[in-house]
Design a protein around this ligand. Structure first.
Ligand code: SF4
Length: 252
């Protein structure tokens, strides 16, 4: 009997020791994995200025690639561009804007024909509904004009913060920072404005970019993400800011 007790005591001691070892091992692994992920050094003001001076020198007047004729067609194009490429939207809107470049003409065209014209664009059914509803609201509440405040634009069907930022920036020259998938990636990869959400990146960019560059910053960053800092294979070797970029996986 005493033998059994001694043995089970020994067993429980061993189990305890093993558990202790495992816990210590876990803690060590956790510590070393946290230690392994180094937080990138934040950019200095001089570095941010240098980056945007290079962007400006390479492309002094950057332009967005969504085709439009006036603030209303820009608004419609941005609403259509959610989860779609600018090129795909442009293919559909060339035909659409030739016949419907005002809210009233959009209503005259009607939802069915609109749906038919934009059917190559993803989520076209919902988007057609939204474009008709926002045209109605523009006529009913804003005299047929695109409003100039963020709150009013965001109140339109299908329009969110990004839509408001693009319209305010491109149609009305406001210093807003729209964060799409490209800007989100570039802000995070470069370490310029790391953030878990588009809003965090937007506010981070607004904080670090000198005022004189803010008007065009949105386009410089979009174009940089679209043509150089590609999602899968960034072209670091031809990147204008490769010496400044903090991404540990950059290839130069
Ligand atoms: S160095 Fe590479 S990862 Fe960094 S911004 Fe340029 S393309 Fe993107």
């Amino acid at each position: 009997m005493s033998k059994i007790t001694r043995r089970s005591k020994a067993k429980s001691k061993t189990a305890k020791a093993l558990r202790g070892k495992k816990t210590r091992k876990k803690a060590v692994t956790k510590r070393s994995s946290t230690r392994g992920v180094k937080k990138p050094r934040p950019w200095t003001q001089a570095e941010v200025r240098e980056a945007f001076e290079r962007f400006r020198k390479a492309n002094p007047e950057p332009k967005g690639e969504l085709e439009h004729l006036n603030p209303f067609t820009l608004l419609v194009a941005v609403v259509l561009s959610a989860q779609a490429t600018d090129a795909g939207v442009n293919r559909a809107t060339r035909e659409l804007f030739a016949v419907a470049d005002t809210p009233q003409k959009m209503l005259d065209l009607g939802e069915e024909k609109l749906r038919d014209t934009i059917k190559t664009v993803g989520l076209y059914r919902t988007k057609a509904k939204n474009v008709i509803a926002l045209s109605e609201k523009l006529i009913r509440e804003f005299g047929g004009e695109v409003p100039r405040t963020r709150e009013e634009i965001e109140s339109l069907p299908g329009a969110g913060r990004k839509t408001a930022n693009v319209v305010l920036n491109m149609a009305f020259g406001e210093r807003t920072m729209a964060v799409d998938t490209h800007v989100f990636r570039v802000g995070n990869r470069t370490g310029l404005a790391p953030g878990k959400t588009p809003l965090e990146v937007e506010l981070g960019l607004e904080r670090v970019i000198p005022a004189e560059f803010v008007l065009h910053a949105h386009h410089w960053l979009i174009l940089h993400g679209r043509y150089t800092c590609l999602a899968r294979k960034p072209r670091c070797e031809v990147c204008l800011i490769n010496d400044l970029c903090r991404w540990p996986e950059k290839t130069v």
